[in-house]
Design a protein around this ligand. Sequence first.
Ligand SMILES: [Zn+2]
Length: 399
Amino acid sequence: MTDKGTVVPRAGAGTLLTLIRTGRASTRADLVRLSGFARSTVAQRLDALLEEGLILPTGDAGSSGGRPPETFAFNRGAGVLLGADIGGGHTRVAVTDLGAEVLAEDEADLDVAAGPDAVLGWVRDAFARLLDRIGRAPADVRGIGAGVPGPVDSATGRLVSPPIMPGWDGVPVSERLARDLADLAGPGAPAPAAVADRDVNIMALGEQRAGGHGRRDVVVVKIGMGIGAALIVGGEVYRGAQGAAGDLGHLRRGTDEPCRCGNNGCLEATAGGWAIRRTLVEKGYDVRTSQDIARLARRGDHETIRLVRQAGRLVGEALADVVGLFNPSLIVIGGNLAEAREPLLAGIREVVYERSQVLASRDLQIVPTTLGSRAGTIGAALLVHEWLYDADRISAALG
Ligand SMILES: [Zn+2]
């Protein structure tokens, strides 16, 4: 993303598109001022963007008697994006406009351990149904974004030894989805752009871009059956050297409880939804998913509330360490278990504020997700949106 004062001249058309699609500029005068380009250069690049259908003239452009338009908007309706949020036990999909506004959505309880054929097959069929429902064709799809509950190699887009996903190691999720969509579009149809990332990273992207938080250094925590975190540094998701940053659930917390990853003492093994479920089942409760646990807590079941609050405290202990190292101004708590709301948040807040240094936690806010269960699908659509409309890619494509 290009900020005022740091314009790369060769970025040309891409820079103008970024200013328009992020809402920072809509008039010719703003574009000249914010890009630093000459008025004639701006005019030329705007013509190229209009010709490609990437932007639209707005305002009274039609009635200005042949004069060139003065105001512009991103052409959100020139196609659709698909977002898939593949979770451990639940998958959500959405069709959005090109600006990642949801047009249609669906979800299902699907065990990711059923393997890529079962899960990606459902995703493909759900996309086809949703497109049909809103009267769009597979050929209208410009891009697919997907989140998966395991580490994705940032260089290859492939899953790397995901602990809870047998059969998924090395599966190129984004490529598979792109190929499936091309097949739906018919013989010889080009595959749309596709990008995949870890589930909590797409949720974080959604919250950062569309959650209205207005913060740039953020930790987003996803608590469902497992626990993961994403770090947003200066407004961008930080993935680390290999894409493994933010693995909060498998930090060792000094217990010897066996974890489903094969190690002992991970945070998840005492605070994850699957650990809470194990305890509840031992006590005779009928619970299957993290949503079941959240529902019990919202209904006021004392034992569930106690366990969820305790899980919140344990997550808070780990987060206090993260706060000390990273000094975020905001922690967003999402995931299915976050639907339990107060007991989880109260447990986390209690420990983070108690354990953090005054300077690091002075302006720190800990809030629930604003996009709720849609954060992942919106974030997935935003992931491919930002890939498609990257300033350098657009400038290169438009010569
Ligand atoms: Zn573990």
